[in-house]
Every structure is written in C-alpha cells, then in structure tokens.
Design a protein around this ligand. Structure first.
Ligand code: F3S
Length: 283
C-alpha cells in the first residue's frame, strides 16, 4: 500500500506553542493549573494533561468560582472580559492566544472603535469567534452561510469591517464577501484566514485528487478537521474521518492501492504516525 501523508498535517504553530506551554506550566506548578476550555480539540492530549494536574474550566462560572491557581488561555483566545475576571480575582494566567488570533482582536477593537460594524465570517459557536466578538467595541454579526450573507442588513450603520475566523475555508470566505459586496456598504475586508489552514487545505485537496482513499484525522469537535474532511470528500469520495487508529475500519481499504493522510490542527504527530504506519503495514 502506498501512503501519502501531508507534510502540513497536524499541529499548527499556534497549537504546538499552546500545548508545549501547558506541559511546561504543568511541570512547574504541579497543581492548581487550569485551561480555560480544552487546550485543543483532542481528548488524548487533554486526558494526558489532566493526569499531570491540568484541569479544564468549562465555563465562565467555573472560572469565577476559582480562588487560586494558574489559568492557561488557549490559542483560540478569550473575550476581553475574561482578562478582567482574571485580574479582579487576582488569578495568575499564562496567555498562549495565537498571535494571528491576537491580530484579529486588535483589528476588530480598532475598527469597531472607528465606528465600523464588525462582520466575522465564521461559526458563531466557535470559541475563537466568541473571543473575537468579545473585543468588538460596538455591534458585530457572525456570518457563516450564503443565506445569512443575503439577509445581512444594517440599519443606521453604513461602514463594515469584514474579518474571518482563522480556520474558515478561503473559497467560502470569498463567496460570502462577494454577496456582502453587493450591499454597497463602505467595506474594509481583511482576509484573516491563517496560512496554516490554507496550506493544510490546499495540500489535502491535492493529495485527495491522486489517491483511492483519504483518511482525515482529528477530534470530532474540531471545526478545521471537519472542513478538511469536506474538502477531501469533495475530491475523493472514499474519505474517512477518524479520531484515532481505533476508528479505522480495515474493511473499507480492501481493494485500495494508494491512501492519503491528513490531519487537523489539533492532532498530535504520534497519532498521525501510528495511522500511517498501520496503513502501510496492515493493508
Ligand atoms: Fe494560530 Fe493559525 Fe494555528 S491562527 S492557532 S497558527 S491555525
């Protein structure tokens, strides 16, 4: 079996930095370490950190209930008010918000102060988008679908600033921006999609074109993995979404000669290597 593993598969710069920092803080503090939300969408890594004394805070209420400890802010970032809670409570914190996400926070803060309505192209339930909204000083709208873009209407505001969730699909971003362009608002469009995502998506599509089956590895809640899966499935109908090697269904690979492998930004190298080795040897 020939296996083509994408070079861009797995941890991006921001996630790698956040995970390494979480292990470093766990090693230094031994206890009382928390991450505000899971550090990444990967149950294995979160479980391993838990064994080393790092607990996950699942809500603002849980954060407010803390009286001491060190809180790690993950790569997705947090709304401004979370920093206020941390300061008010006198909690230590380690901020590993990805610099590319921080850049978006500064943009929306600046542009909303300048009177622009902020449009974030992305998923409104994604923590990164929630965090970005939390830096807007005025109104903001999240748009994910064509229908939402068509319906978008501003009353009293003529100026908009359009940014994107870092992991949004570039083609879809362009499509939504084109719909919004027809509305003739004074627009400032900033493509804030992260290059790591673009590269990973483009490479996955290239590989998917040339293989009989494609394996996409990532956590089931990882939106960037879901997008990778959609892209690969669009090119190669035998595309399988797995979290770990245990999810791989050997029967699906019986008459297959060549398999491609890619993985979302939260997938540790160890899992990618395990899957790649297994496919090479067993099929
Ligand atoms: Fe940062 Fe890009 Fe990763 S924004 S967290 S390097 S996908």
């Amino acid at each position: 079996m020939e296996v083509k593993t994408a070079k861009s598969a797995g941890f991006c710069f921001g996630v790698k930095r956040a995970v390494e920092k979480a292990y470093e803080v766990a090693g230094e503090k031994k206890s009382g370490v928390y991450t505000y939300g899971s550090i990444i969408h990967n149950e294995e890594v979160v479980g391993d950190l838990e064994k080393r004394g790092v607990s996950v805070l699942n809500s603002e209420e849980e954060l407010k209930a803390l009286s001491e400890g060190t809180v790690i802010i993950r790569s997705h970032g947090v709304p401004r008010r979370i920093y206020e809670v941390l300061r008010e409570k006198g909690l230590d914190y380690v901020d590993v918000t990805c610099p590319f996400v921080l850049k978006i926070h500064r943009i929306v803060e600046r542009e909303s102060r300048a009177g622009r309505h902020i449009v974030i192209i992305g998923n409104k339930d994604h923590p990164e988008v929630e965090a970005t909204r939390g830096w807007c000083e005025g109104p903001s709208t999240v748009i994910e679908t064509r229908e939402e873009a068509e319906k978008f209407l501003l009353e009293g505001h003529e100026k908009v600033c359009i940014v994107s969730q870092t992991t949004f699909n570039y083609k879809n971003f362009q499509e939504l921006v084109e719909i919004l362009a027809k509305k003739r608002y004074d627009r400032l469009v900033l493509n804030t999609i992260c290059n790591a995502t673009n590269e990973r998506q483009a490479e996955a599509a290239e590989i998917a074109k040339t293989v009989d089956a494609m394996i996409v590895i990532g956590g089931k809640h990882s939106s960037n993995t879901q997008k990778l899966f959609e892209i690969c499935k669009g090119v190669c109908k035998n595309t399988y979404y797995i979290q770990t090697l245990a999810d791989l269904d050997s029967d699906s690979f019986q008459s297959i000669q060549c398999v491609g492998i890619t993985a979302g930004a939260s997938t540790p190298n160890k899992i990618i290597e395990e899957v790649s080795k297994h496919v090479r040897i067993k099929f």
